[in-house]
Design a protein around this ligand. Structure first.
Ligand SMILES: CC(C)(COP(=O)(O)OP(=O)(O)OC[C@H]1O[C@@H](n2cnc3c(N)ncnc32)[C@H](O)[C@@H]1OP(=O)(O)O)[C@@H](O)C(=O)NCCC(=O)NCCS
Length: 166
């Protein structure tokens, strides 16, 4: 039996990158390539957190920070670990790190059909600010643009971590 998952900074080791590709391919119709992940890892503006059960990677969240502006660019949780609150916790951990680095506004794009992710982001306080037409391919689809101000209020973070509504 695997250990309780833990969220930790995601270092681009060969083991991590291999597992990351597996989750990425299972989660997206247009998965990022290894070269794209390598490129991101070498960018000092990037922040990456992973969900680890010992040596097993079960999810990740990634952002790019440019001065006070943070762009959440990737989030995925392995199927067996979904609907357990880990996606939400990964984003919370990422927002916590980005806020500590000076991020004051976080924005993201999400497929308009991706109800699960849109609900997750809305639950964290993200609001829709626009639509990017035909932003995605495979299949072609609009993106919903969402953003939230950082840092999230400390009390609210505790509630979210404990899965309270509000
Ligand atoms: C989106 C994703 C990361 C959610 O991860 P998760 O660990 O299952 O999410 P959580 O358990 O933290 O869920 C948090 C909230 O999101 C919403 N949510 C998550 N999955 C949902 C689903 N299948 N249907 C509807 N709402 C969902 C719910 O509001 C949920 O809160 P609740 O459990 O209290 O109802 C996961 O489904 C995934 O990896 N999908 C494929 C990749 C992807 O779409 N990434 C986002 C790109 S923008």
């Amino acid at each position: 039996m695997r250990a309780e998952p833990q969220i930790q900074p995601l270092e681009p080791t060969p083991l991590a990158m291999h597992q990351l590709q597996r989750i990425e391919r299972a989660s997206f119709s247009e998965p990022w390539s290894m070269a794209e992940f390598d490129f991101l890892a070498s960018d000092e503006r990037s922040v990456q957190v992973g969900l680890w059960c010992d040596e097993h990677l079960a999810g990740y969240a990634m952002a790019l920070i440019d001065t006070d502006d943070c762009h959440l660019i990737n989030l995925a949780v392995e199927k067996a670990y979904r609907r357990l609150g880990w996606g939400k916790r990964l984003v919370l951990a990422l927002l916590d790190i980005t806020a500590a680095r000076g991020g004051r506004l976080c924005h993201l794009e999400v497929r308009v059909s991706n109800e699960a992710a849109i609900q997750l982001y809305a639950g964290l306080g993200f609001q829709q600010t626009g639509i990017r037409l035909r932003y995605y391919s495979k299949p072609t689809e609009d993106a919903c643009v969402m953003q939230c101000r950082l840092p999230l209020q400390a009390g609210r973070v505790m509630d979210l971590m404990e899965n309270k509504n509000g």
